[in-house]
Write a protein that binds this ligand. Structure first.
Ligand code: IPD
Ligand code: CA
Ligand code: CA
Length: 267
């Protein structure tokens, strides 16, 4: 397959991801801040709702209708084995805890692998009416409401003492033996905040925060983030510095601070 047709194939999937995530958003917003929303607990004690499952069903139906030969992996439903080089990786609500607490910092994530390499990502924030998206070679874009999309770019801040550090779950750093790194980052950054889940990673992609670290995560938490951060001029990498979504940890960082952050984590 030549470059032209690859780009065409990926662009078609990006357009589908943008419209499918709007349909999922409409369902999610029906349940957001609803007093009747029932929250179940999965076997790992994490929450799940009818909005998580319903949104993933919508995403899958849209993908399957448009691209029936693509593979699909998602958080809430069993995998689908396709017959071509494309694999979708879905998280219908990333940040189910903020969602169930009526806090708007949750998002719908769609990532796309082509022959195992991440080439496209969409992160839509239903309650904020914002979306950040990218395809390989096409730049990263940030659209707020009906405004024209603007380029998403990481900051060029190179001093940790002037940088904002975010993380999802403070207590999990101890679980993975990285408590010292967490404390170092809190003490040596300008500001440490818990703006978590995909929202924290997109703050890095849009230049508002310098580093966002998640000590524990799954492939669907990360797949959409890799192409977005790369196209925004930064990195989404695991704790070993590789753009792998299968390492159960990861971080978004601007280019200027990448090496220093990896050294701190390795302590
Ligand atoms: C969670 C978030 C969080 C990560 C957790 C995930 P969910 O996803 O991605 O950043 O630390 O491990 O479970 O459950 O809200 O989709
Ligand atoms: Ca998630
Ligand atoms: Ca989820």
């Amino acid at each position: 397959m030549n470059t032209h047709s690859e780009n065409f194939e990926i662009k078609a999937r990006l357009e589908l991801a943008l419209t499918a995530s709007e349909k999922a958003r409409d369902l999610i917003l029906k349940y957001y801040q609803s007093p009747d929303l029932h929250v179940e607990r999965k076997s790992d004690n994490s929450p799940v709702t009818i909005a998580d499952r319903g949104a993933e069903e919508i995403l899958r139906a849209e993908i399957t209708q448009a691209f029936p030969n693509d593979s699909i992996m998602g958080e809430e439903l069993p995998p689908v084995e396709g017959t071509n080089e494309f694999k979708w990786i879905l998280d219908p609500i990333d940040g189910t805890k903020p969602f169930t607490h009526g806090v708007p910092l949750f998002g719908t994530l769609l990532g796309l692998e082509e022959n195992g390499k991440l080439v496209m990502g969409v992160c839509r924030f239903p309650a904020l009416d914002e979306v950040v998206y990218a395809m390989k070679g096409g730049g990263a874009w940030w659209k707020i409401g009906n405004q024209e999309p603007r380029r998403a770019k990481v900051s060029d801040q190179s001093q940790l003492s002037e940088s904002v550090f975010c993380t999802t779950t403070m207590t999990r750093w101890e679980t993975i033996g990285k408590q010292k790194a967490y404390e170092y980052l809190c003490r040596n950054s300008y500001l440490a905040r818990g703006w978590g889940d995909c929202y924290g990673h997109m703050l890095v992609a849009t230049g508002r925060v310098e580093v966002m670290i998640d000590p524990v995560l799954s492939p669907w938490d990360a797949a959409a983030l890799v192409p977005i951060l790369e196209e925004a001029g930064g990195h989404w990498i695991d704790f070993a510095g590789n753009p792998s979504i299968y390492s159960e940890n990861g971080l978004a960082v601007n280019a200027a601070l990448k090496d220093e952050i990896l050294q701190i984590i390795a302590q």
